[in-house]
Design a protein around this ligand. Structure first.
Ligand code: HGY
Ligand code: MN
Ligand code: MN
Length: 418
């Protein structure tokens, strides 16, 4: 396995990386699609959590489960403060890829193994964290575990979240053996953190174009999720004249096209990736079409403008179709500018004069983005050769994964061994 650009030390693959990766790979993977269905508080989630706890305890780390269901593995005194924390998430989007989240968690354990193999002697505690429910695939809100810990989501807001079957987050936690009454802000825990660094597979191809295996994050685009409810009139598909219809599917379709057009014009992103139809019958005109918009842009003004234009397009079309439309913002994350001192420290640790490490923004949300409001936070990206993510086709080259582990080990050593 090769070293990484910039002439940093060659690193053999930490044996643990491959073993951990192989252990985790089958958990929650769907046999037909090859995609992952690791949703919050399900059996697959429990298996991932058991894997995390086993990794922590097999290394003699102090394992903790916090009030919000996030898992922590401490190397050093958890109470000492000023800890250098790394980690990511293990849950997935529906039919997600193997790397989004797990690469960060596996690389964290492998980087700690590398540090210990180097004989490094940190003078700050180190910790690895698995944040629960980062993708929001089941309950619709991203980064629930980190938002709760950071006080960006209240317990009552979280309790009210429901999945497609009407199961509340509280019921799901209880069925999984967790106490939903315990959830809430965890300032004491966040006060122990001096720096949080999340390694994540890049979700895009910017690194691939630089020729670097590893990059440092500069920012996260503002992004959010809006639910559009289009209400029309159920009727018979075979007997209702065209002019008599109030078909919400028409308004939905026009809104999807408008979203693409408005976003493209603004250099932003807009996606309707999830839709629900009632009664969802082949021979019935729908009474309700529910579409979820995910929109992102480089700045909050552009994002607000694009979403506003999409809402107006939907309202205009609804008026023409005799349909009612309502829009509910379900999730929003403001722009994240990673703390410059930590960002620059990572760039200095990983780059050389001749080969500075790429520093790049992302449109993907992360727990690091949520935590950045509470503690100094940074991210490392590992090259994704196709840029594809949130898909079973997501990939990263083995050498690049190892380069990521080496880079993370260098960062942890640089931050924790002063
Ligand atoms: O949606 C996102 O950007 C992240 O994958 N949760
Ligand atoms: Mn994701
Ligand atoms: Mn992720």
């Amino acid at each position: 396995m090769t070293g990484t650009e910039g002439g940093r030390r060659e690193a053999p693959a930490p044996p643990s990386f491959h073993t951990m990766w192989a252990d985790l790979l089958p958990i929650g993977r769907h046999a037909d699609t090859g995609g992952y269905r690791r949703y919050a508080w399900t059996a697959a989630d429990a298996d991932c959590r058991a894997w995390f706890q086993a990794q922590a305890e097999s290394r003699g780390l102090t394992y903790e489960l916090d009030r919000n269901g996030n898992q922590w593995a401490w190397y050093g005194d958890p109470e000492a403060g000023d800890a250098v924390v790394t980690g990511s998430h293990l849950d997935s989007v529906p039919d997600g890829g193997a790397f989004d989240g797990p690469l960060g968690v596996v690389s964290s354990f492998a980087a700690l193994d590398t540090l210990r193999a180097r004989g490094a002697a940190p003078d700050r505690p180190l910790a690895i964290v698995n944040f629960g429910d980062e993708e929001g695939a089941r309950f619709g809100l991203a980064c629930v575990g980190s938002r709760l810990a950071a006080g960006q989501l209240t317990a009552e807001q979280a309790h009210a979240l429901r999945d497609a079957d009407g199961v509340t987050l509280a019921q799901a936690m209880e069925r999984a053996g967790y106490d939903p009454e315990a959830i809430g802000p965890d300032p004491e825990r966040l006060a122990r953190i001096g720096a949080f660094v999340e390694l994540h597979v890049e979700q895009g191809r910017a690194l691939d174009r630089t020729g670097h295996a590893v990059g440092v994050a500069s920012a996260i685009w503002p992004h959010g999720r809006w639910r559009f409810d289009f209400r029309g009139e159920a009727n018979h598909a075979g007997t209702t004249r065209i002019e008599d219809r109030r078909d919400p599917m028409l308004t939905y379709a026009a809104t999807v096209l408008a979203a693409r057009e408005k976003a493209a014009r603004a250099g932003a992103l807009a996606t309707f990736g999830k839709v629900g139809v009632e009664p969802n019958g082949v021979n019935a005109i729908a009474s309700l079409v529910r579409g979820w918009l995910d929109s992102r842009a480089a700045d909050e003004h552009t994002l607000a403008t694009v979403v506003g234009e999409i809402e107006r397009a939907a309202a205009g079309q609804a008026a023409r179709d005799g349909v009612e439309v309502s829009v509910t913002r379900e999730s929003f994350t403001p722009v994240v500018e990673f703390e410059h001192g930590l960002r620059d420290k990572l760039a200095a640790l990983l780059g050389t004069d001749g080969a500075p490490v790429p520093v790049l923004p992302t449109g993907a949300g992360h727990d690091a983005g949520i935590l950045s409001a509470s503690v100094p936070t940074a991210m490392l990206f590992v090259r994704n050769p196709t840029g594809v993510s949130h898909s079973p086709a997501e990939s990263a080259a083995e050498d690049d994964c190892v380069a990521g582990v080496t880079a993370l080990a260098d960062v942890l050593e640089g931050l924790a061994c002063r």
